[in-house]
Design a protein around this ligand. Structure first.
Ligand code: PLP
Length: 379
């Protein structure tokens, strides 16, 4: 079905930050798999883990214990805030689980309202579309589930004003990805944390795009010195295979009773083996150091381009999650970059999005910047 806008190339092979199309042309991929292939394409640890695991067992139902799922849950928990984990298959499902969790949490007191942010993106299921703060995502799907409110991002007073006795959760991305690389300020997040704590409201961080090292810390919230009640993960968690997770503060994790939520595919041995390999790669290959170094370098290169090309209005981002706001439409730039074998993205019409893999090298950043410079000089 033609629900996607597609570029006229078919990708058949990938290695690290490079991909090849069906005609054998090589591209530099600065938006690998919409942030799914965070380690780059076909990272050897992920490939080996999948290869080895699929010879043993690919899937078991969640009616039996699954040692790899337990191992992965333990690793996520130990490297974040000690929570318990529910596994599913995508970002939307992880957020859907978080919304259902919040509903169940608030049920005894009749609280069900979720406050989320304008310009947010939380997924394409009905509840996550309702939570998403963009009219174009909702259009035509009304009536949507009730109990969602949107307030301005980075505006604490607006959040406080929107809270009622029915509010059960506040859901927020630390950096709005689809919304245009808008970074939550420290004051804002700590203010939200305070508001939620004082009123027994669940603070949900959607880390689907910011998680797994993208911002230079394993999870984006770790830049802020505070913890959520719930965190959702997906995209690069599985190094390319579909796995999502909802992580919930241990003390409240029993809110969802047995039988109240489930996912047939959630957390299979195959995807868990891949996700375990992702954790291992980030740790053993010191990828967070690379993200911080390359992120800084990328930002400095882009600042130089900004000084040269007045069409660049602002550069923003953290680690390797970077946005370049233009004063005109970004689509022609993306198309021209593709012709010159650089893959990037444009969101909200005017914001170029660069999210190279965590393993990106200085040479690759230089090459990408060279192409972008050429394209901006001509357009
Ligand atoms: N949340 C955020 C912050 C996202 O960026 C996305 C996807 O872009 C989603 C949720 C939805 O994830 P999925 O497409 O895996 O359902």
């Amino acid at each position: 079905m033609s629900v996607y806008t597609q570029s006229p190339i078919a990708l058949v092979k990938g290695k690290g930050a490079k991909v090849w199309d069906i005609e054998g042309k090589e591209y530099l991929d600065f938006f690998p798999g919409w942030a799914v292939s965070g380690l780059g394409h076909c990272h050897p640890r992920v490939v080996n883990a999948i290869k080895n695991q699929c010879k043993k067992i690919i899937h078991v139902s969640n009616n039996y214990y699954n040692n790899l799922q337990l191992k992965l849950a333990r690793l996520i928990s130990d490297s974040s805030f000690g929570g318990k984990v529910f596994f599913c298959n995508s970002g939307a499902e992880a957020n859907e689980a978080a919304i259902k969790f919040a509903r169940m949490y608030g049920h005894p007191k009749g609280r069900f309202e979720v406050i989320s942010m304008e310009n947010s993106f939380h997924g394409r299921t009905l509840a996550t579309v309702a939570a998403t703060g963009q009219a174009k995502i909702k259009k035509g799907f009304e009536p949507l589930p009730e109990g969602f409110k949107h307030v301005r991002f980075n505006d604490l007073a607006a959040a406080e004003e929107a809270i009622t006795e029915k509010t059960v959760a506040v859901m927020v991305e630390l950096i709005q990805g689809e919304g245009g690389i808008n970074v939550a300020s420290k004051e804002y997040l700590s203010g939200l944390k305070g508001l939620c704590r004082d009123r027994d409201i669940l603070l949900i961080f959607d880390e689907v795009q910011t998680g797994m090292g993208r911002t230079g810390k394993l999870f984006g919230y770790q830049h802020y010195g505070l913890e959520p009640d719930i965190m959702t993960l997906a995209k690069s968690l599985g190094g390319g295979v579909p796995v999502g997770a909802m992580v919930v503060r241990k003390e409240i994790a029993n809110t969802l009773p047995r039988g109240s939520h489930a996912s047939t595919f959630g957390g299979s041995p195959l995807v868990c083996s891949a996700a375990l390999a992702v954790f291992k790669a980030i740790d053993k290959e010191r990828l967070l150091d690379n993200v911080n170094k390359m992120g800084e370098y990328l930002l400095s290169c882009l600042e130089r381009l900004k000084a040269k090309h007045p069409v660049i209005k602002e550069i923003r981002g953290v680690g390797l999650m970077v946005g370049v706001e233009l004063s005109k439409e970004g689509k022609p730039i993306v198309e021209e970059c593709l012709k010159r074998r650089l893959l990037i993205n444009c969101t909200q019409e005017r914001i170029l999005r660069l999210m190279p893999p965590l393993i990106v090298t200085k040479k690759q950043v230089d090459r990408a910047m060279g192409i972008l410079d050429e394209v901006l000089s001509e357009k």
